[in-house]
Design a protein around this ligand. Structure first.
Ligand SMILES: [Zn+2]
Length: 281
C-alpha cells in the first residue's frame, strides 16, 4: 500500500467527545495487537473513531508480533505499523531477529512506516542491559539504513539514547514515546528531529514537570498517544486503557495550551504526518 496523505485522511471526522469541536486525532502509540485489546479490536477501533481518533500507529513489541501486524496493516487503511523489538522483550531475542527485521523492512518498505518500539530501559534487571544495548544499536542502524523514523522507549535512559543517536548521526527522527521530563530534556530530542509523545501522564496533576514542558515548548514539538492498553489516565487507574481515551488526552493537552483547540488538533495531526513521513515517501 502506498503511503500518502489520503491514506490517513478519512473524508469526514465524526466527534462526540468534545461538543461541537471537530476532532481528527492520531494515536501515535497504541498496542491494539496485545491480548488486552486484540479480542475486541474492532469495538475499540469503532469507539476510537467515535471519539475523533482517525488514525493509529501500532508499534510491535517482539518478533512474534510482526506478521500479525503486517496483516492488520493490510486490512485497515488507517492503522499504521512500526516493527521492532521492545527492550522488555529483548532477552527473548538475538541479533538474528534484527537480520529478519531487515528483510521484512526491505520487502514491505511502504507498509512499515517506522522501526519500533525500540529503546533502552534501565529500570529492568541489569542482566538484560547488554542485549538491550546490542538490539537497540542494531535496530537504530537498521532504521538509519532504511531512512525510517524510530519509536523510542525510554526509562532512566534518555542520556544513553541521545548518545547513541548522536554517535550514529541518526537523522531520520521519530517519536520519543511516553515523554516525561523538563523542557531541556525534551528539546535535546526535538533538536535531533524527534517529536515528544504525550499521553495520559499529563492528566495527573502531580506530573508538573511534564505539564510545564507541554505549556512551554512550541506546538510543533508534540504528538499525542495513549500507549493503550497501558498508561491509564487519571481517574481510570486499574482499567485497560483504550485508543478512544486519546480524546481525553487531547482535552488535557488543550487545557495546558493558549491556542484554540481547533488549531492544536490541526498542528498535532500535521506533526504526526510529518514525523511518520506521510506524503513525503
Ligand atoms: Zn509501547
Amino acid at each position: 500500500m502506498s503511503v500518502t496523505d489520503t491514506s490517513v485522511l478519512p473524508a469526514a471526522a465524526s466527534n462526540t467527545a468534545s461538543g461541537s469541536q471537530p476532532l481528527k486525532l492520531f494515536d501515535t502509540h497504541c498496542h491494539l495487537d496485545l491480548p488486552e485489546l486484540a479480542s475486541e479490536q474492532q469495538m475499540h477501533w469503532q469507539s476510537a473513531q467515535q471519539a475523533g481518533v482517525t488514525a493509529l500507529l501500532i508499534p510491535a513489541v517482539q518478533q512474534a508480533a510482526w506478521q500479525n501486524l503486517l496483516s492488520l496493516q493490510q486490512h485497515h487503511s488507517y492503522w499504521h505499523i512500526a516493527l521492532g523489538i521492545h527492550p522488555w522483550w529483548a532477552a527473548k531475542h538475538s541479533l538474528d531477529a534484527v537480520a529478519a527485521l531487515d528483510k521484512l523492512v526491505t520487502e514491505h518498505s511502504s507498509a512499515i512506516v517506522a522501526v519500533g518500539e525500540i529503546g533502552l530501559d534501565f529500570a529492568l534487571d541489569e542482566a538484560t542491559f547488554a542485549i538491550q544495548q546490542q538490539l537497540f544499536t542494531a535496530q537504530l542502524a537498521l532504521a538509519k539504513q532504511h531512512g525510517k523514523p524510530v519509536v523510542l522507549h525510554h526509562r532512566k535512559s534518555q542520556v544513553q539514547l541521545l548518545a547513541e543517536l548522536k554517535r550514529q548521526q541518526f537523522s531520520a527522527g521519530g517519536i520519543l514515546h511516553a515523554f516525561s521530563g523538563s523542557q531541556q530534556q525534551g528539546m535535546a530530542f526535538v533538536d535531533l528531529g524527534f517529536k515528544l509523545g504525550i499521553g495520559g501522564t499529563i492528566t495527573y496533576e502531580r506530573a508538573e514537570k511534564t505539564r510545564s514542558t507541554v505549556r512551554k515548548l512550541p506546538l510543533e514539538c508534540f504528538v499525542l498517544e495513549t500507549d493503550a492498553p497501558a498508561m491509564p489516565l487519571a481517574g481510570y487507574q486499574g482499567e485497560v486503557n483504550t485508543p478512544a481515551q486519546l480524546a481525553r488526552v487531547f482535552d488535557a493537552f488543550c487545557q495546558l495550551r493558549p491556542e484554540p483547540s481547533r488549531q492544536i488538533a490541526a498542528q498535532l495531526w500535521q506533526n504526526s504526518l510529518n514525523v511518520l513521513r506521510f506524503g513525503t515517501a
